[in-house]
Structures are given as structure tokens and as C-alpha cells.
Write a protein that binds this ligand. Structure first.
Ligand SMILES: *[C@@H]1O[C@H](CO)[C@@H](O)[C@H](O)[C@H]1NC(C)=O
Ligand SMILES: *[C@@H]1O[C@H](CO)[C@@H](O)[C@H](O)[C@H]1NC(C)=O
Ligand SMILES: *[C@@H]1O[C@H](CO)[C@@H](O)[C@H](O)[C@H]1NC(C)=O
Ligand SMILES: *[C@@H]1O[C@H](CO)[C@@H](O)[C@H](O)[C@H]1NC(C)=O
Ligand SMILES: *[C@@H]1O[C@H](CO)[C@@H](O)[C@H](O)[C@H]1NC(C)=O
Ligand SMILES: *[C@@H]1O[C@H](CO)[C@@H](O)[C@H](O)[C@H]1NC(C)=O
Length: 253
């Protein structure tokens, strides 16, 4: 009885030490129909570079193993008014049931996140269930909205795509939304503004967790000029958002 308790404590301490100290090796990218393409492949370009420097594993996780389209289903989203045949498909490696333990979970944004209930319920459950086991959670664009729906941003500072600010912050009334930010960090949670900001948050995260030399080398390989100032947000200005629009501002509550 006592030894069982002790061994549980030892396993618990080991898991804790592992979570705090070890460099992440297992990356999970969460996908759903109607993902934003650059939200996925921008940060993945940087992570592909990182995987050239360290032994890393990528899991692409979704509700089912079916190919996932970047176009949301026409059943609820009329995103294709010109009847174009124009979308890209990605194959998941695992489902929510079969995904291995993950150190980092990355959640892209996209029009698919405007799906009516209950379409995203299993996705929300997955985020809620996995968050306590992660070293880091990284969201791109309105991916912060589904993390908010899972409750994992409650009490934390976060940002999102400024073009869908009102809709997204409504999904997380307990989140301290920051209106002017290319990206925001709060503890182990990193959230970025829209689309291309996902590249900047990923490179900033690589700099913080691995090294600035690694982030610079990867950015140079991408021939990408990084936005290095996390509070410089021309797209907040474009959408009429200032500090006064922070959801922590009492005048909004
Ligand atoms: C990645 O997965 C492969 C196959 O499951 C495994 O052999 C390898 O050790 C894993 N690498 C890491 C860094 O966990
Ligand atoms: C797209 O297809 C729908 C249904 O067939 C049709 O009603 C609509 O006019 C088409 N739109 C264009 C821009 O061709
Ligand atoms: C990556 O960062 C590590 C830790 O600082 C360093 O030892 C290594 O040389 C870097 N590699 C590259 C290619 O930047
Ligand atoms: C970052 O951007 C903000 C907003 O444009 C600006 O006020 C601040 O001075 C910048 N910080 C640095 C270090 O350049
Ligand atoms: C908005 O949030 C930012 C980041 O947390 C903070 O620096 C700023 O003071 C806040 N402004 C207001 C008016 O709440
Ligand atoms: C930002 O706040 C201003 C007033 O401070 C308000 O008029 C405006 O509607 C807000 N913008 C958004 C997108 O919520």
C-alpha cells in the first residue's frame, strides 16, 4: 500500500521533471476540415527545419483518418461562391483515439472552426484531455478560439486573428485577450495573430525553447524575414483595434 503510493509519487515526479526539463520531441498538429493552409504549412516549414537539427516526431491528428480538405463542408459554409475546384488535402497519421503522447500541440485556424455544434465536440474534448499532458500549446490565428472553447486559455493572456476578433473573443469570456499583438505568451501557451503570424510565433518559440541560432538558421533557410517584435501589430490597427479593446479592459466587461 505504502510502496504503491511511493511508486506513484516517483512516477509523478518523473513525469513532472520530464515535462519541465526535457526538450520537446513529439509534436502534434491538430487538423479539421476547413483549416487555413498557411496556418499549417508555415509553422510546419519551420518545424521541418527543426527536425533537421533534432530527432523529432510529427503526429497529424484529426477526428478520422480521412483526407482533410482545406475547404469547409458546403453543408454549413458557403466559402466557394465561384464554384472553384480549389482546395488541398492532408492525410492524418492518427485519430484522437490513437494519437501517441504529445509534448507540443499546435492548433491552426481556419473557416472550419466556425462549424456549428456539435461538429467540433470531439476536437474540443481532445484539446481539453491532452492539455494537462503537454509541455506547450501553440495556436495560430483563430485556432485560439477552439482552445478557448476547450477552456484551456481561461485566465491566460492570448491573441487571435484581428479580422475575426469579436467572434473569436466571444468564445473565451474568461480569456485575457490582447488586441495588439503579433503573438502572446503566457506560461506554456503561445498564441498568434492571423495566418502568417504563425510563422513568427513558431520561430520565436524555437528561439526560446531551442536557441536563437536555431531560429535564425531556420528562418534564413526559409528566406523569411521574421517579425521579431511581438507587440507590433499593424493588422490590429487595420481592424481598428487598440489596447482599449483588450478584453481585460473593465469597460468591455
Ligand atoms: C519517432 O517514432 C519512431 C517510430 O515510432 C521511433 O522509432 C522513434 O524513436 C521516435 N523518435 C522520437 C524522438 O521519439
Ligand atoms: C455555382 O453553382 C451554383 C449551383 O450549381 C449556381 O447556382 C451558381 O450560379 C454558380 N455560381 C457561379 C458564380 O457560377
Ligand atoms: C542549435 O542550437 C543548439 C543549442 O544552442 C546549438 O548547439 C546548435 O549548434 C544549433 N544548431 C544550429 C544549426 O543552429
Ligand atoms: C514594438 O512595437 C511596439 C508597437 O509598434 C512599439 O511601441 C515598441 O517600441 C516596439 N519595441 C521595440 C523593441 O522595437
Ligand atoms: C492590453 O494588453 C497588453 C498586453 O497584456 C498590456 O500591455 C496593455 O497595458 C493592455 N492595455 C489595456 C488598456 O488594458
Ligand atoms: C474597439 O474599441 C472601440 C472603443 O474603444 C470600439 O468602438 C470598437 O468597436 C472596438 N473594436 C472591436 C473590433 O471590437
Amino acid at each position: 500500500m505504502l510502496s504503491q503510493t511511493l511508486s506513484n509519487i516517483i512516477i509523478g515526479l518523473y513525469l513532472l521533471a520530464n515535462q519541465v526539463n526535457a526538450t520537446p520531441t513529439h509534436f502534434g498538429y491538430l487538423l479539421y476540415q476547413g483549416f487555413e493552409v498557411l496556418d499549417v504549412f508555415g509553422p510546419l516549414e519551420a518545424l521541418n527545419g527543426l527536425a533537421g537539427l533534432y530527432d523529432l516526431n510529427l503526429t497529424i491528428v484529426a477526428e478520422t483518418m480521412d483526407p482533410i480538405s482545406s475547404l469547409p463542408p458546403t453543408s454549413w459554409f458557403n466559402g466557394n461562391k465561384m464554384n472553384s475546384t480549389f482546395s488541398e488535402h492532408v492525410l492524418p497519421t492518427h485519430t484522437f483515439e490513437t494519437a501517441p503522447p504529445l509534448d507540443v500541440l499546435i492548433i491552426p485556424g481556419g473557416n472550419g472552426l466556425f462549424a456549428p455544434a456539435p461538429l467540433l465536440d470531439s476536437t474540443i474534448q481532445f484539446i481539453k484531455a491532452r492539455y494537462p499532458t503537454l509541455q506547450y500549446l501553440i495556436t495560430v490565428c483563430n485556432g485560439a478560439g477552439i482552445a478557448a472553447r476547450a477552456g484551456v486559455l481561461d485566465g491566460k493572456h492570448a491573441t487571435t486573428n484581428k479580422a475575426v476578433w469579436d467572434q473569436t473573443i466571444a468564445l473565451g469570456p474568461k480569456v485575457k485577450w490582447v488586441a495588439q499583438a503579433r503573438w502572446v505568451t503566457d506560461g506554456n501557451v503561445w498564441t498568434s495573430s492571423g495566418v502568417s503570424a504563425g510563422i513568427d510565433v513558431m520561430l520565436a518559440w524555437i528561439s526560446a525553447v531551442y536557441s536563437e541560432a536555431n531560429a535564425t538558421g531556420i528562418a534564413n533557410g526559409m528566406e523569411y524575414e521574421r517579425h521579431m517584435n511581438s507587440t507590433d501589430d499593424p493588422f490590429a490597427t487595420l481592424h481598428g483595434l487598440t489596447d482599449a479593446n483588450n478584453s481585460t479592459n473593465p469597460s468591455r466587461r
